[in-house]
Design a protein around this ligand. Structure first.
Ligand code: ADP
Ligand code: MG
Length: 238
């Protein structure tokens, strides 16, 4: 198969089982949202997919190839964090280029990708500024731009909008939808905001205590929640 396949993933931190037997398939180009209350394991699961951490059990395959033992740099994925994780001492341009400069990507190609991402995200006027001279929304665009220039097969986004004010969150939500339509890349999107998940995702994965409670389209979860927890979380009548 193509896409991403998680098989019986378990993750323990010491004696605590944080991810409990999670199996999931994500299709190429799909927009999947992970939702669930704080501490349910969303970020941990995303980090395992990214290769930033190793599962205690189970396996992960990308495009049919087992990547469980393969490091983050070689998985062809790009992660965007809530905290932006930009380098404060570098310009926006340098932040975008960082991570591409010591790869096989040619200099001219790096320049072309930066120009393209900057245009797409409307951050061209800020390329020479440092992150500290940008607003929260602009910084988050740079963080997304840094993922885009890598041309990943999949984007892993961990609550990318949660530090933004409500108004900006709504406009960035629309931008993310447009970006997904344009890039046609797989997006796995962690959020604790059910409205975000319902409006953006092709499918929603509801997590609770490290387990999957239900997977389905927004409409399926709304119309046929598996239990009261899902119904309550999605905001469906129950
Ligand atoms: P979420 O992103 O859904 O809020 P997390 O994946 O961050 O949840 O955390 C899930 C659980 O795992 C929490 O109880 C958290 O305290 C614990 N946890 C996460 N990372 C670590 C770690 N590196 N060491 C120990 N416990 C951790
Ligand atoms: Mg988290």
């Amino acid at each position: 198969m193509s896409g991403l396949e998680l098989r019986n993933i378990v993750k323990n931190f010491g004696a605590v089982e944080v991810i409990r037997d999670v199996s999931l398939e994500v299709n190429d180009g799909e927009f999947v949202a992970f939702v669930g209350p704080s501490g349910c394991g969303k970020s941990t699961l995303l980090r395992l997919i990214a290769g930033l951490d190793k599962p205690s059990g189970g396996s992960i395959a990308i495009d049919g190839k087992d990547v469980t033992e393969i490091g983050a740099a070689d998985r062809g994925l790009a992660m965007v964090f809530q905290s932006y994780a930009l380098y404060p001492h570098m310009s926006v341009r340098e932040n975008l280029a960082f991570g591409l400069e010591n790869t096989k990507v040619a200099k001219a190609e790096i320049e072309a990708r930066i120009a393209d991402a900057a245009r797409m995200l409307e951050i061209e006027p800020f390329l020479q500024r440092r992150p500290g001279q940008l607003s929260g929304g602009q910084r988050q665009r740079v963080a997304i731009g840094r993922a885009i220039v890598r041309r990943p097969d999949a984007f892993l986004l961990d609550e990318p909008l949660s530090n933004l004010d409500a108004e900006l969150r709504v406009s960035m939500r629309a931008e993310l939808a447009a970006l997904h339509a344009r890039l046609k890349a797989t997006m796995i999107y962690v959020t604790h905001d059910q409205v975000e998940a319902m409006t953006l995702a092709d499918r929603i994965v509801v997590l609770r205590g490290g387990r999957i409670e239900q997977v389905g389209t927004p409409l399926e979860l709304y119309n046929k929640p598996a239990n009261r927890f899902v119904a309550g979380f999605i905001g469906a009548p129950h």
